[in-house]
Design a binder for this molecule. Structure first.
Ligand code: PGA
Length: 248
């Protein structure tokens, strides 16, 4: 397996000044770390982050991409536009997009396809709500969400990254236990194995209240290949502690 992949998801946070200080603090220590790392910044800050990260080990990511190639889609950002800023990763299907913007499994699959066509690695988010977990539907939900992406992107499915993010754990301080995460990650790995001979190349990240205190235990699980980190990625010292845990 490749080095662990740790991705900060800044969501709708930041400013020119705050981004500059956060990135400079992280970059000052990044040099000695062996994990892979990226930050997914709000679209208006792509140019700033591209300049600050140039030549560094911290890759640039975006938080969403249009399912369309170009044209009359006011407010949307295309994969080719992201590519212009040397974006390496793009989150697609985050539960906040699914919930607040009505993104369906089919839309998410199209977004992953647009990213791949532009040479950008989509970080495909899947995850169940608390009601779905309580109803025993966790496996069915994440498999349905991933199946749509496999169906649309079959031939290059080994090029994606998957993030398991239980909705009930996002921003709540409730983290899946390492065993709960491993169980779902193994389900997702098996689903990828059925679709490609290269499933071992797909990094499966855990996301949902991952922080400096719980990262090492989650990352110790055999199918947890990294993390997608929201709140804890906004503090340089906490993010760096997690990058160190992923570099062991
Ligand atoms: P959180 O967010 O770490 O703040 O829970 C994770 C995410 O939504 O990607």
């Amino acid at each position: 397996m490749a080095a662990k992949l740790m991705v900060g998801n800044w969501k709708m946070n930041g400013s020119l000044a705050a981004n500059a200080s956060l990135l400079s603090e992280v970059l000052a220590v990044m040099g000695g770390l062996t994990c892979r790392a990226a930050v997914c910044v709000p679209a208006p800050y792509l140019a700033q982050a591209q300049a600050l990260l140039a030549g560094s080990a911290l890759a640039l990511g975006a938080q969403d991409v249009s399912a369309h190639e170009a044209g009359a889609y006011t407010g949307e950002v295309s994969a080719d536009m992201l590519r212009d800023f040397a974006v390496r990763y793009c989150i697609v299907g985050h539960s906040e997009r699914r919930q607040y913007h009505g993104e369906s499994d089919v839309t998410v699959a199209s977004k992953a396809q647009r990213a791949l066509a532009a040479g950008i690695t989509p970080i495909v988010c899947v995850g169940e709500s608390l009601a779905e977990r309580d109803a025993g539907q966790t496996e069915a939900v994440v498999k349905r969400q991933l199946a749509a992406v496999i169906h649309t992107n079959g031939h290059c499915i080994s090029e994606i990254v998957v993030a398991y993010e239980p909705v009930w754990a996002i921003g709540t301080g409730l983290t899946a236990t390492p065993e709960q995460a491993q169980h779902v990650h193994a389900v997702l790995r098996a689903q990828l194995q059925a679709a490609t001979a290269h499933a071992d190349r797909v990094s499966i990240l855990y996301g949902g209240s991952m922080n400096a205190a719980n990262a090492a235990d989650l990352l110790a699980q055999p199918d947890v290949d990294g993390g997608l980190i929201g709140g804890a990625a906004l503090k340089a010292s906490e993010f760096l502690t997690m990058l160190k845990a992923a570099s062991r």
